[in-house]
Structures are given as C-alpha cells and as structure tokens.
Design a protein around this ligand. Structure first.
Ligand SMILES: Nc1ncnc2c1ncn2[C@@H]1O[C@H](COP(=O)(O)OP(=O)(O)OP(=O)(O)O)[C@@H](O)[C@H]1O
Length: 559
C-alpha cells in the first residue's frame, strides 16, 4: 500500500520538478568535490612538498585548496537555496491539492476523517511526505556518491588496505535495516496518535461552554492526559530507538578507524605504503564512513516518513461529488424522489422513498431521525443516492454539474454556519457580488437590520468564530437573509425559524409567502401549527413511508 501511495505521489507532484531535482543533485556533487579532492592534495603536500621537497608545488596546492573552498561554498549556497525553494513550492502545491480534494469530495468521504486529523494531514503529513523527495532522496544520493568516490580512490591507493577498512559496511547495512523497519512502525503509530490529539483538542475547544455547565473540567483533563500519555509512550519509544540507532552507528564507525590504525600503521612501518597515503586513507575513511553512518539515519527517517503517504493518499482518493454532465434548467421547479434508497454506514434511512415537491410551499414533518434533513441534503447532492433517482423538472441531479445544481438551490441548515468575519461578509455569501444596499434591504426584510445597526461597527462588526457574538435567532436570520439574497428557484429550509421570536417569525413567514409564488420552497419543521393549509406535506415515519396528510391530522410535533 505504502509503495503504491509513494509512486502515486511521485508521479502526481514530483515528476514535473525533475529538472530542479537534477540541478540539486548536480550542485550536491559540486559541494562534495572539495572533500574528495582535498585528501589527494594533502597526500601530495606530505609526499611531494614535505618529504620530496618539491617546494614549487606548495603555492599551487594552497591556491587549489582556496579555489575548491570557494567553489564548494557557492555550490552549497545554491544547493540549499534551491532545496528550500522546492520544498516551499511543493508544500504550496501538495497542501493546495489536498485541500482542494477535501473541498470537492463528497460529504460522505470527508466525514470518514475527523477534522483535527484532517488538519494534521493537510499541513503536517504533507511536509513529512515532501521531505522524502526534496531532502531525504538527495541526501541518500549524496551519501552514495560520498561512498562510491572514496571507495574507488582508496582502491586505487592500496587495494588490500581499502578492502580491510570497508569490511564493517555489512554491520551498517544490517543495523539500518533493522532500525528502519522498527521506525516505520513507530512513526505510523505516532502520526495516528498525533492526529487524535488534534481531533480531541479541536472538539474540546469548541465545546468549552458545555464542559463548564456540566462540570466536566476534570473529566476533560483526564481525557487529554490519556491522549498525552499515549503520545508520551510512543514518542519515548521513538526517541529510544533513534538514540540507540545513532549510538550504534557511532560504535560501528570506530571499527574502520581501529582497522586503519592497526593495519595501515603496520604497512607504514613496513614501508609498503607512504605516510602521505596513510594520511589520505585517514581522511577518506571518515569521508567514506560518515555518509554510511548518516545513511543509516537517513534510511530510518525515510522509512519513518513513509506512513505519511498512505494518510495523504486516503484523502487524494476521496470520491468527488457527483454530477458532471449538464446544466440544470429549472422551469416548474418540480422535485421528484423516485424509489430512493440511502444509508449512512449501511443503516438505511430511506428505503424506496417516493415524493414530489412542487412550486409553492412544501413541508417535511416527522419524528426525530426519520430523515428530514437527509432529504434536503440529498437534493443538494451532498450525498449520492444509492438506488433510485432525484429529478428536478425531469433532470436527474446525478447528471447535473454540481455548481449548476447548487446555483439553483438555497439551502439553510438548522445550524446556520457563520464564519469568522463581519456581518456584511457573512450575509454576502448568498451573492458574492451583492452591493451594500442589496445586502441591507434583505437584512431589513428578515428583520435583522435594526439589530445590526446597534452593534459597534454595524455591518462591519466581527461575528467571531461560528458567530459566537450573535444569538441563535440572529444567526438564523442572517442565514435566511443569505438565502433570500441568493434568489434561487429552489429554497430548502431546515428548521430555520426554531429560534426566532414571534414577531420576526411573522415577518419571515410573510417573506416566504411572497417567495412561494415563484419558487419551490421545502421547509423541514417540527411545528405543525406553522404549516399552511393547502400546502404539500410529506409526513415521515420511521419506515420512511410518506403520506400526504391534511395539516389537521398531523400529530403536533412541537415540544
Ligand atoms: N453523517 C451522518 N452519519 C451517520 N448517520 C447520520 C448522519 N447524519 C444523520 N445520520 C442519521 O440518519 C438519521 C436521519 O438523520 P436526519 O438528520 O436526516 O433526521 P431528521 O429527521 O432531520 O431528525 P431531526 O428531526 O432530529 O432533526 C438519524 O438517525 C441520524 O442518526
């Protein structure tokens, strides 16, 4: 699974940056050149200048070292700048794509992941995934080059000594593999725990009033502590394993040095290698083994980053909302449900539901949980139906482009969903190009204008997160104003007058009365006293059978 997600990620996001990555690889080699050449310059310094007394070479070697330093520093600057830039470009592209998928995915699929978890995936996991192609793979490449080049140089200097010194490589390969697999498992658990902490915090911080009125502070604290204990346990395991890995690497790193001093030292005394060759070996041994030791750390980070791909792919694979073919043309505004089946998590809410909603007033009434709100959401295509069809003026909504369908519908949820902005901005989402005057006249219509005028900055007053500065009734009036402003032929209202006072309700009903002449209005309500005579009524029961009763025969569902 991880392999497929990784390949998919590379093809979707990294392939188009191949040139930049190649340039980064090239600059990495340039940065390394100095470390490869400098031991040879030192060898020449010892053997030719100090021992062989070729003093004319001295100045060239010094100039060579200075030149290599400058070249290496310039390459290193461009290398790190390009890497940082590519990282930022990819972060913007990947998180933008993931966010976009979440926006357009069906509600059913987005609801499978908790909000806090989703946030950690969009930002945190994206960065972890990007690290692999942008930092980890170039580091692996650099390490491999840093191993291969000194390997051949050492072989050319002294074949036997080179092979003796390189023998501990096997130990590195073994420990990297063992630790890499272990870290992959730990990181998977770590990412899940991290996501559940975010989800818990997101939920907890949004229900603080509930916690206060039920005296749940201690209970809540315990839940947080439990999450933190899990986090602590997994993080400690991570720290323990990675510390063990790095100290084991340092221990293994000592083996070739001991081998060089023992065998190389013997060879110098023996006269089979020069002192310069021994010095060059000393330098190449650390050049050769430090990337091997780094490689085991990089391999561990590579393995531990892999679970992030699966978590991102889960989002990128989400179903898009349906409706791709045609535009909706609303003439009579008739909506028909024909043998509609729909379930949440295999629990059927609608079993072959049939109903017709016509231009004018339509009511859906029924007990809690019978599927009234679900019917409105299905008309908006927020969820796809499983069997049967929903048609608007004979056009199956499954074939209609989503923005065309939604362009013809105003849906007001029972929760008005306000965002953190001004009253004006919140009203205007019904019609983004509405003028100030248009917004104002609609606010007057739904009886919220007078209240707005009393707020500190009038229409520019900030409403706070989810409209926390406003009362439930004020929020519902704002939501209603949005629907009126949108002026669409179909209006769906889910218990929108439940928190509205008697006078305002009266004027809102007058607005609805005016709109019913030319629009299809479907109202979900529990208050049968509000239902107009001669309107179309769908009464839902637990088995989802619909009847068309006379208003007088509907049980009074109001509390
Ligand atoms: N996103 C969801 N995931 C799973 N089950 C859901 C979801 N939304 C609603 N349900 C379930 O579907 C059933 C119908 O819900 P719906 O909100 O449509 O009922 P309703 O008739 O509007 O209820 P109420 O009168 O209480 O507002 C309920 O039993 C509810 O638990």
């Amino acid at each position: 699974m991880i392999k497929t997600s990784f390949k998919y990620f590379l093809n979707k996001f990294i392939k188009k940056h191949t040139l930049t990555l190649l340039l980064i690889f090239l600059l990495s080699i340039c940065t390394l050149l100095f470390s490869f050449i400098s031991p040879l310059l030192i060898k020449s310094l010892v053997d030719n200048v100090f021992v062989g007394k070729m003093t004319n070479l001295f100045v060239y070697i010094i100039l060579g070292i200075i030149g290599m330093y400058i070249f290496s520093s310039v390459s290193s600057y461009y290398n790190s700048y390009l890497t940082g830039k590519l990282n930022l470009v990819l972060l913007r592209e990947v998180s933008g794509t993931v966010f976009n998928v979440v926006q357009f995915a069906s509600l059913k699929s987005t609801q499978t992941i908790k909000v806090g978890d989703m946030i950690t995936r969009i930002m945190g996991n994206t960065q972890i995934a990007i690290n692999i192609p942008v930092r980890i793979i170039p580091q692996i490449f650099m390490s491999v080059v840093s191993i291969i080049v000194p390997f051949f140089i050492m072989l050319s200097l002294n074949y036997t000594l080179a092979l003796i010194i390189m023998s501990p490589v096997v130990l590195f390969a073994l420990s990297s593999n063992i630790f890499g697999n272990k870290m992959e498992k730990i990181q998977k658990a770590f990412l899940e725990t991290n996501a559940s902490i975010y989800s818990f915090l997101k939920e907890n911080l949004s229900i603080i009033p509930l916690i206060k009125v039920f005296n749940l502070e201690k209970w809540s604290q315990n839940r947080f502590n439990n999450h933190m204990n899990d986090y602590y346990g997994i993080s400690l395991n991570y720290t323990k394993t990675s510390s063990l890995n790095s100290s084991l690497s340092s221990l293994i790193l000592g083996v070739p040095i001991v081998l060089l001093i023992t065998f190389g030292g013997y060879m110098v005394l023996d006269g089979s290698i020069s002192l310069g060759t021994f010095t060059a070996f000393l330098a190449y041994t650390s050049i050769f083994f430090s990337p091997i030791s780094q490689l085991s750390g990089i391999w561990t980070s590579y393995k531990s980053s892999l679970p992030a791909f699966d978590r991102l792919k889960e989002i990128l694979d989400m179903d898009e909302e349906t409706g791709i073919e045609s535009e909706l043309s609303v003439t009579d505004g008739e909506i028909t449900f024909d043998n509609v089946w729909f379930s949440y998590d295999n629990r059927y809410i609608l079993n072959g539901f049939n109903a017709t909603f016509k231009k004018g007033l339509n009511y859906i009434v029924g007990d809690n949980g019978t599927g009234k709100s679900t019917i409105l959401k299905l008309i908006c295509s927020l969820y796809p139906v499983e069997k049967g069809s929903i048609k608007v003026d004979g056009q199956d909504i499954i074939k209609i482009k989503r923005d065309s369908l939604i362009g013809n519908i105003s849906m007001i949820f029972s929760d008005p969903y306000l965002f953190d902005g001004t009253i004006y901005e919140n009203l205007r989402i019904g019609k983004l190009d509405a003028t100030y005057n248009e917004v104002k006249s609609v606010a007057k219509l739904v009886k919220i204008h007078d209240f707005i005028e009393t707020t500190p900055n009038k229409y520019d007053t900030q409403v706070g997160e989810n409209g926390i500065m406003l009362s439930s009734g004020e929020k519902q009036k704002i939501a209603l104003a949005r629907a009126v402003l949108k002026d669409s032929p179909i209006i769906l209202l889910d218990e929108v007058t439940k928190s509205i006072d008697k006078d305002s309700r009266k004027s809102i009903n007058e607005v609805i009365d005016e709109l019913k002449m030319e629009k299809t209005i479907i109202i979900v309500t529990h208050n049968s006293r509000e239902i107009e005579v001669n309107s179309n009524i769908i009464y839902l029961e637990q088995d989802s059978e619909s009847k068309n009763p006379a208003p007088s025969s509907i049980p009074d569902l109001a509390p």
